[in-house]
Write a protein that binds this ligand. Sequence first.
Ligand code: NAD
Ligand code: DAU
Length: 355
Amino acid sequence: MILVTGGAGFIGSNFILDWFSQSDEVVINLDNLTYAGNLQNLTALAGDERHVFVRGDIGDSALVTKLLADYRPRAIINFAAESHVDRSILGPEAFIQTNIVGTFRLLEASHAYWRDLSETGKKDFRFLHVSTDEVYGSLTAHEPAFTEMHQYQPSSPYSASKASSDHLVNAYHRTFGLPTLITNCSNNYGPYQFPEKLMPLMIANALAGKSLPIYGDGRQVRDWLYVADHCSALRRVLEAGKTGETYNIGGWNEKTNIEIVHTLCELLQEMIGGLTSGDYLDLIIHVRDRPGHDTRYAIDARKIEHELGWRPDETFETGIRKTVRWYLDNQDWVASVQTGAYRDWIEKNYIRQRS
Ligand code: NAD
Ligand code: DAU
C-alpha cells in the first residue's frame, strides 16, 4: 500500500481517484482537512476498502510514526501543503508550519521507518515530494523555461516554504540515503480545485454575475497543465524515477491570465449562453497587483519526457473545455465549499486588492 498526504485537496483527490481507476493497491490518506481539504471530493470511494482515510496532521510525529508502523506502506506521496500564494501573503505562519515543519516531521518519521526495513524494503521504498515550479522564481518574457538545474529564487512566503521543503527532502537523500523523488509542477487546473484559484474563481464569479478581478495588467504568464496529466506524471515518477532526482512537470502551455479569463468567458457564452445584463467579458475588472507577483513561469519538461517517457495527454483546448463543463455540472460542490470561512477570505483578499 501507499501513504498519500493531503489526499482530500485538489490534486491529491484527483490522484487517488486516478490511482483506483488503474490499481487496487490500498491508499492510506492522511489529511487534516483544512479549508482546502474536502472529503466530498472522494464520495465516489464511500465504502471502498481500498481507501483508508485518517484525519491528522503531517506534523504530528506520533500519529505518522504509528501509521507507518501499522500499515507499512511501500511509498509516501506528500501533497499536504498550504498552497495559495495570496493566503501566504496575508498570513504566512500556517505555510511555515505545514510546508516546512510538517514536511520535516514527515521526513523524520519516514527516515526512522525506512531505516528499519529489510534491505529489499529499503531499496524499494520511495518518498515522493510534490512541489511547484514557483520555487524557481520568475522568468522574463524571453528567458528559457525552467530546467531542473535552475537556481531556486522563490518570491512569496508560499514558494519560499515549498523551496525549504525541497531542500529538506534533498538533504534527507544526501545525508541519510532516504530514497526520495521531487517533482516541480506548473499550474494545475481541472475538477475539485478550490474556488480561490484563478480558473474556478473566475467561473464561479461569472456564473454569479460578479466581477472578474484580474491582478494588475493580467499579462503574467502561467504554464497550465490539466490535473489528470499531473497525476499520470506522478505515477510515472513513482514507478520509474531515479531516487535523489528532481523532475519538472509541465504542459507546454504558456498563457497570460487575461487570455485564460477571456477563454473562460467565451466557453461559458458558448455552453450556457450570455448573462441577461450583458457579456461575461464586461465583468472583468483590474485590481491592485499581487505583491511580489511573478511575471512568468514556464516548465521545460524534456527530462521527464526523455528519461521516463511521459508527456501530457490533454491539450489546453480539451482540458479547459472539460474543466468548464465540470464546474457547470458541479455547482453544488462549489456552493458547498463556499462556506462562511470562504466568504471571509474573499472579503479580506479583495478588499486589500481594491485599496
Ligand atoms: P490544496 O490546497 O487543494 O490541498 C492541500 C491539501 O492538504 C488539503 O486537503 C489540506 O487539508 C491538506 N493539508 C494541509 N495542511 C495539512 C497538514 N498539516 N497535514 C495534513 N494535511 C494537510 O492543494 P493542491 O493544489 O491540491 O496542491 C497539492 C500539492 O501540490 C501542494 O504541495 C502544492 O504545493 C503542490 N502543487 C500544486 C500546484 C497547483 O497548481 N495547484 C502545482 C504544483 C504543485
Ligand atoms: O505554479 C504552480 C502554482 O500554481 C502552485 O504551486 C500553487 O499552489 C497554485 O496555487 C498556483 O499558484 P498561482 O499563484 O500561479 O495560482 P493562482 O490561481 O492563485 O493565480 C494564477 C494567476 O492568476 C496569478 O498570476 C495570479 C492571477 N490571479 C489570481 C487570482 C486568484 C488574478 O489575476 N486574479 C485572481 O483573483
